[in-house]
Design a protein around this ligand. Structure first.
Ligand SMILES: [Zn+2]
Length: 344
């Protein structure tokens, strides 16, 4: 029996190795929640076992500060392709990425086509205020995200040429979704009177969003959460909020709320009133993939509804256009019919 087993095992190994080697899934690593979501969308409905996606960061994780684990580094080094956001969003990955080009691993920064097209906005960091650096939060303009989707589609087709058809079909469908999303977002963000279109939040994540939809944005921290906000930064923002009579300020889901809460308290201490948004905004991390806010359109729609409903709850008279039916599936009740009593 033992001899039989031994012979069986040897024989299996001899024939399994060459046959199954071709059928091994392509190993893809995606860093941020946005990058993982995009790969999932574009590779939806491919036969099981075609690819193995390793998503490094989860919901609520701040990519500026996220330090790759040993397992992450191993996954990256064993990958066939790595998709990341770029422009130093993944601030702690510098060395890991630098070593990849020597290993022949295809790396794709989703910001690359946006940068190439000249749509990158400059930003400032608190530590080096006068130095113009690239703002990494490019995905907040859906037109930029469309460029990333096209770029990722090409990369995936190269990696999985046998699956070109379904990948390209997914890409076409996604382009239509993003276009519908943009049209609605543009209409929705315009319902607030022009002089009140100011978005105040934890860090400078919404410059592209503001530029796309005609809103001024003010972050307490600079374009990276690595910069700590100091007392002077808080004081400046307090003055700005009071001067402009801004009704609501927002905490972001991947940044601790303390600093924004300090701004609210200081405004109150100075005799003013500012509320916190009905929910936290998704800035650098989306929700878990099974949730509405875990997919790009749902993330953006959630943010827009959170902003507009918060303004409405704060007494600004506005009518929000209904979310297009094809994008409304799974919209959480607390956004569809928000309870203004939660606003503080
Ligand atoms: Zn950020």
């Amino acid at each position: 029996m033992l001899r039989y087993l031994g012979a069986f095992t040897l024989a299996s190994m001899a024939c399994i190795t060459p046959v199954f080697a071709q059928d091994e899934p392509s190993r893809i690593v995606a860093t941020t929640t946005q990058a993982s979501d995009l790969i999932r969308v574009l590779t939806a409905d491919l036969p099981p076992g075609t690819l193995a996606l390793t998503a490094l960061m989860g919901s609520g994780v701040d990519p500026h500060l996220y330090l790759p684990t040993e397992a992450d580094i191993r996954a990256i080094q064993e990958a066939d392709a790595v998709f990341y956001s770029g422009l130093h969003l993944e601030g702690q990955f510098g060395e890991v990425f630098a070593n990849l080009s020597n290993r022949g691993i295809a790396t794709h920064a989703l910001s690359e086509p946006v940068e190439r097209a000249g749509y990158i906005i400059g930003g400032f960091t608190l530590s080096e205020r006068y130095q113009n650096v690239a703002d990494p939060h490019f995905w907040f303009d859906p037109r930029n995200w469309q460029m990333s989707a096209t770029y990722a589609t090409d990369a995936l087709v190269q990696l999985l040429p046998d699956h070109r058809g379904p990948i390209e079909e997914n890409a076409i469908e996604y382009a239509a979704t993003l276009s519908t999303l943009f049209t609605w977002a543009e209409q929705a963000m315009a319902v607030v009177p022009e002089q009140q279109r100011v978005l105040v939040s934890s860090h400078d994540a919404f410059q592209y969003f503001g530029a796309a939809f005609g809103w001024q944005v003010r972050g307490l921290q600079g374009i990276s959460t690595e910069d700590e906000a100091g007392v002077a930064d808080i004081q400046q923002l307090v003055e700005f909020v009071m001067e402009r009579e801004i009704p609501v300020i927002f905490v972001e889901s991947s940044v601790p709320p303390d600093a924004i809460e300090a701004v609210q308290e200081a405004v109150r201490a100075n005799g003013g009133r500012v509320r916190l948004g009905i929910q936290t905004l998704y800035s650098d991390a989306m929700d878990a993939p099974e949730h509405y806010g875990g997919r790009y359109p749902g993330m953006l729609i959630s943010n827009i509804l959170i902003i507009l409903e918060s303004y409405r709850c704060a007494g600004i008279d506005l009518t929000i256009p209904p979310v297009p039916e094809e994008l409304a599936e799974g919209l959480p009740a607390e956004l569809a019919q928000p309870d203004c009593a939660v606003i503080d």
